[in-house]
Ligand binder design. Structure first.
Ligand code: ATP
Ligand code: MG
Length: 393
């Protein structure tokens, strides 16, 4: 969809390298990479989102946010001014659609009309992007092409661009968070990494992988086969819901409840050992791991029920589906024992993802323990940074 002039301009100018910036509801995060195969980490930083800048996923204080972004880039010592950023899955629509076989040039003209009926906004008020999954040369005449469409409201994209400009940045791509996530989790999802042998032709390549991101206010589930996105949906239970449950049970403010969740929270019934190990502060005895677990349990049940529903929904649509591996990301995935609890509920193995597998990091410059600790919440900004060095189209 890039204009011919745009394409020519890109050929004549050096390739842009951009940092990946995620404006999350609980934190701002930036990652900068140096191009290479694989790319290498050159900088990262994270700052909690100050209260009052974002409400319900919408930015309410543009100047305050711009200031925070500037400080974030300074902290990370990033001098690049180009940035790849993203809107959340709730602010965008992605779908796989089938269109009659046509040439890519014809599709470029027709996609707007083909996509229109799947988008609940007037087509002229959205930014539409698409990716063709089939090679038209491999598709018989009369058959259909599968295309992923992504649409976001033009006003939200324009807003996002304005905030970045206010912070002195030049936005080059506005992506969608689940797509960024997939880019940084390809290694975590690969069969080889999960200890299985990948032998083409044995059917293992046909397996469906699931990526679940549990962030502060958004949870998304994405089903993929190879590099093909099969389904992408929002789930109505996210990290902050766990905090809110602790708030209600113990009558705490949000920040104190957040602390209790991180210190004592578990997703599985605490064992006696855990009970002792986590009960490190006698003054806070009321927050015994088992009491905190009781507060979290209804939310855990909601989460696993919703995941199961999404998988059922997919199975009904797709017929036979061999789903047996899942990786989880997002800060909410760090709740103790969560991968295990979801795995038990679904009956297959679930693992915490490691987005850093897609890049190299100089251990003299970056603390390995720190990277490991923040891996789940850096999956999205890392995916954005990957787009910033491996091709902007
Ligand atoms: P969003 O993408 O939804 O706008 P975000 O990018 O700011 O939000 P993340 O940084 O991925 O969100 O995750 C923040 C969430 O992770 C919060 O709900 C926080 O409570 C939760 N979280 C962080 N650390 C832990 C932990 N150790 N245990 C449990 N939950 C945690
Ligand atoms: Mg996020």
């Amino acid at each position: 969809m890039t204009s011919l002039r745009g394409r020519l301009a890109r050929l004549l100018t050096p390739k842009i390298e951009a940092a990946g910036l995620e404006i999350g509801t609980s934190a701002l995060k930036v990652v900068e990479l140096r191009p290479g195969n694989p790319p290498s980490l050159s900088a990262l930083a994270m700052r909690p989102m100050p209260p009052g800048l974002i409400q319900d996923d919408e930015i309410v204080d543009a100047e305050g946010l711009a200031e925070e972004i500037k400080v974030l880039f300074d902290e990370a010592k990033i001098s690049k001014r180009f940035a790849v950023t993203a809107v959340s899955n709730r602010q965008a629509i992605t779908r796989n659609i089938n269109v009659p076989k046509m040439t890519l040039q014809e599709l470029d003209e027709a996609i707007k009309w083909e996509a229109e009926r799947y988008i609940p906004f007037p087509i002229d008020e959205v930014v539409l992007d698409y990716f063709v999954l089939d090679n038209p040369d491999d598709v018989e005449d009369g058959e259909q092409l599968e295309v992923v469409i992504a649409a976001a409201r033009l006003d939200l994209i324009t807003q996002q661009i304005d905030y970045l400009k206010l912070a002195g940045l030049e936005p080059v791509v506005v992506d969608i968070k689940p797509f960024a996530l997939l880019r940084s989790l390809t290694m975590s999802l690969s069969s080889e990494h999960l200890g299985k042998t990948t032998l083409s032709g044995t059917g293992i390549d046909n397996e469906i992988g699931v990526v679940l991101e549990i962030a502060a206010s958004n949870t998304t589930i994405t089903l993929v086969r190879g590099d093909r996105v099969l389904m992408n949906r929002n789930i109505g239970v996210s990290g902050d819901d766990f905090t809110a449950a602790i708030q209600r049970s113990f009558g705490l403010d949000f920040d104190s409840a957040e602390e209790v969740k991180i210190d004592y929270g578990t997703a599985t019934i605490p064992t006696e050992d855990e009970e002792e190990l986590l009960n490190f502060d006698a003054k806070r005895e009321q927050f015994s791991p088992s009491r905190v677990y009781e507060a979290l349990r209804p939310i855990l049940v909601d989460l696993t029920t919703e995941i199961r529903r999404s998988l059922e929904f997919f199975r009904v649509q797709a017929g036979e589906a061999n789903i047996n591996r899942m990786v989880i990301a997002g800060g909410g995935a760090k709740l103790r024992g969560l991968a295990e609890a979801i795995g038990d509920a679904l009956g297959f193995r679930v693992e915490l993802s490691d987005p850093w597998l897609t890049v190299t990091a100089d251990t003299n410059r970056f603390d390995t323990e720190y990277l490991k600790k923040v891996a789940p919440e850096f999956a999205v900004p890392l995916g954005l940074a990957l787009r910033g060095v491996t091709g902007i189209d």
